[in-house]
Design a protein around this ligand. Structure first.
Ligand code: GLV
Ligand code: GLV
Length: 323
């Protein structure tokens, strides 16, 4: 019989190709399928193509007989990979293709927060622009400032490459320190987190969302930062304790923040964070360039099709299942 596949959202590409080898059902609503629906679906399918907004936990994984789980995202903290590995189910993701788009967006947020672009737009629309003023909407210099990059994988490195164009001093912290020649070629210095926080004018997060990075930023880390510092988060909302972030911004412990990710997504409408003028919040759109989303969809479909055929996934999170 033909393989059966469930896709948890409309994709920008790849469907026709998939339909030649599988019977495909697509969830067409704008909100993710409720967990119960997913739990029912999973019992009757061979392949699941999911998004980071779908919770793929152990209960769901053992409920079915999946041959493959293919996620259209690089991060996969929503998936219980250990449970999948135990059942020898390959999990696919989409690394590499979204590195530049996400690094670009990190810079969009950094610059918008530093130079108060969103506030300035609100100001203008509110009819408050009266004249050119020497002290209107001032922010810090970007050029020549110190940038602290927390998490130095593909995306962190791409952010560093862009920072060189702004003549920045670039500090990074990571689970491993690079060879000195590599550091030199990229113009970066390793710093333990504490030093990075004390010395950086901008701190940008590029870690995955794991148990190790959960609330990596809470009161203590904000205490260490400069009062003029700006925090950027395009990684995962769970890396920052939202209550601490609120306190740090409301009390002026740090100057501003710009986040593309929040602890729960979407952010609750009554979150106190939404009341802050020195915070920019965007709805998890770091990888949202048309070209990138197309590539991500194609890659997720390629992973899915490989899994259905019993081949190794081109981009597999748990390749140890093949050993
Ligand atoms: C987006 O956050 C991703 O992990 O691709
Ligand atoms: C993301 O995939 C990264 O490696 O930074």
């Amino acid at each position: 019989a033909q393989a059966k596949v469930f896709i948890t959202r409309r994709l920008p590409a790849g469907l026709e190709q998939l339909q030649q080898v599988a019977s495909v059902e697509v969830w067409t609503e704008r909100k993710p399928p409720p967990y119960d629906v997913l739990l029912e679906k999973v019992k009757a399918i061979d392949g699941l193509l999911c998004l980071l907004s779908d919770r793929i936990d152990e209960q769901l994984i053992v409920a079915g007989n999946l041959k493959v789980i293919s996620q259209m995202a690089v991060g996969y903290d929503n998936i219980d990979v250990a449970a999948a590995t135990k059942r020898r189910i390959p999990v696919g993701h989409t690394p590499g293709v979204l590195t530049d788009a996400t690094a670009d967006f990190t810079w969009a947020l950094l610059m918008a927060a530093a130079r108060r672009v969103v506030e300035a737009d609100r100001f203008t629309r509110a009819g408050l622009w009266q004249s050119w003023e020497p002290d209107l909407l001032l922010g810090p210099n970007i050029t020549g400032a110190t940038l602290g990059i927390v998490g130095f994988g593909r995306i962190g490195q791409a952010v560093a490459r862009r920072a060189r164009g702004f003549d920045m001093r670039i500090l990074y912290t990571s689970t491993y320190q690079w060879e000195p020649e590599l550091e030199k070629s990229l113009g970066v210095e390793f710093a333990p987190l504490e030093k990075l926080l004390q010395e950086s004018d901008f701190v940008t997060l590029h870690t995955p969302g794991t148990d190790d990075t959960y609330h990596l930023f809470s009161d203590r880390q904000f205490d260490l930062m400069k009062s003029e510092a700006i925090l950027i988060n395009t990684a995962r909302g769970t890396v920052v304790d939202s209550d601490s972030l609120y306190r740090a911004l409301a009390s002026g412990k740090i100057a501003a923040a710009a986040v593309d990710v929040t602890e729960s997504e979407p952010i609750p409408h009554d979150s106190p964070l939404l009341t802050l003028d020195n915070l920019i919040i965007t709805p998890h759109i770091g990888s949202a360039s048309r070209q990138t989303r197309l590539k991500m969809a194609k890659m997720a479909i390629a992973n899915l099709m490989a899994g259905l055929r019993g081949h190794s996934l081109p981009y597999c999170v748990n390749p140890e299942i093949y050993q």
